[in-house]
Design a protein around this ligand. Sequence first.
Ligand SMILES: Cc1cc2nc3c(=O)[nH]c(=O)nc-3n(C[C@H](O)[C@H](O)[C@H](O)COP(=O)(O)OP(=O)(O)OC[C@H]3O[C@@H](n4cnc5c(N)ncnc54)[C@H](O)[C@@H]3O)c2cc1C
Length: 474
Amino acid sequence: MNRCAIVWFRQDLRLHDNEALSTALRMGEDILPVYIFDERIFQDETRFGFRKTGKFRAQFIIESVLDLRENLRKIGSDLIVRLGQPEEILSELAREHKASWVICNRERTQEEVMVQDALETRLWGFGIELIYTRGKMLYHTQDLPLPVQHTPDFFFQFRKENENITPVREPILAPSAIPPLPANLEPGEVPSLERLGYEPILYNEQADMIFKGGETVALQRLKYYLWEKNLASTYKETRNELFGSDNSSRFSPWLAQGCLSPKLIYQELKKYEKERVSNESTYWLFFELLWRDFFRLMGKKHGNKIFLKGGVQSKSQKHLKNNRELFSIWAEGKTGVPFIDANMRQLNAVGWMSNRGRMNVASFLVRELKVNWQMGAEYFESLLLDYDPCSNWGNWNYVAGVGSDPREDRVFNILTQAKTYDPQGDFVRTWCHELANVPPDKIHRPDLLTASERNEYGVGDYPKAIVKIEKWAV
Ligand SMILES: Cc1cc2nc3c(=O)[nH]c(=O)nc-3n(C[C@H](O)[C@H](O)[C@H](O)COP(=O)(O)OP(=O)(O)OC[C@H]3O[C@@H](n4cnc5c(N)ncnc54)[C@H](O)[C@@H]3O)c2cc1C
């Protein structure tokens, strides 16, 4: 009798460099690739009442699953798609098909671990084994010089200890053929956005990029960024821009859903350095991918602490309040500080914000408004296209000064940031329509506009600043 392996696709929606899939192909003769839309992820709310997955990411996941199915069909297989609870559906499927193994990439954060643990317990009841594989990080944990528990808490130390020593393994090649599904097995429909309970998406014409989910587009983006447009060679100079899809790689949404492997990015980057150019920019792209690994390792090392108010340091944060009123003003982009409002409105409209924007709005919420940073982190969790538990909560820990590697004294001067990164005010003008006619030298200081200027520029009901912008003027 054929041995059957179920591959449970999670945040690894790709065929290339997929350890779960390649393990299944090595071990089993019958392969059942499965994706489950976990209803809790799409329907539940966070502690502060935001929908866990906002519509942009939901759409991105749907597209990624459709693409995965398409790619599996091209090599003879299919993707079984269900909606419900993975632990129930997978254990039932495994029992029905007398599977020997369910194989999946291991997740390390609380909610994901609860699901995989529940599945494992159910499978034990049927004598079926759950096999965990890896594939999230650039580095393989086994190759790290120190055990995870001894990972340095400071990024620069982590980087120093790894970057020239730890190898990045070759990505696993995508399979060229997979046996077909059993004839009696109904693959199932990929649910629409509506079926998952979302309103249709109206794409915003101000968006500088429409992200489409899936491995196919992810690989195109990699090719475009490195080979077609040579953008990696100038990354360090452009990465802090607020707007413009070519300024940073924009790999993050595909990395978060696993449509793109970091090891493949690394491999292509090394090839690019050999064949085109190797400079500070190409190094910096690798450097940023190291941050991603670092936060993942911090998540592993410190566990649920990354989600707690006191963060990894268990530091008292009593001064930060769950102030819903201030929070809503921030979230809606109505603080009267144009740089903050523009970034928040962009996030609300398209599910995306630049790294520079994220650092500033996070700092503003915590340092200026003294609002509990967890509310901001949950809001990002809901809305970000590229939401990744370790990167999101790790970065919020960091900005709030409760992370493993805090910069406690780091308070952004929002006005200086605005003038540096949006000198002409174009970014603000794009998202704050009330300020569309304000000239560059005044756009970041609406508090200084006279009544007649407000009238002349049509500033209308753009809100009065909730903090004194004056204090940042230097
Ligand atoms: C408050 C806050 C929350 C964030 N939440 C997330 C999140 O949920 N998911 C997420 O992927 N990133 C998050 N980031 C990190 C960073 O903002 C995004 O990774 C980056 O903006 C994505 O754009 P890009 O792909 O063009 O990045 P690039 O600048 O092109 O960088 C290349 C890749 O490196 C990684 N990277 C870059 N910066 C960071 C960083 N600071 N931390 C971790 N990885 C990094 C990403 O995978 C990124 O795709 C957050 C940052 C802050 C300050």
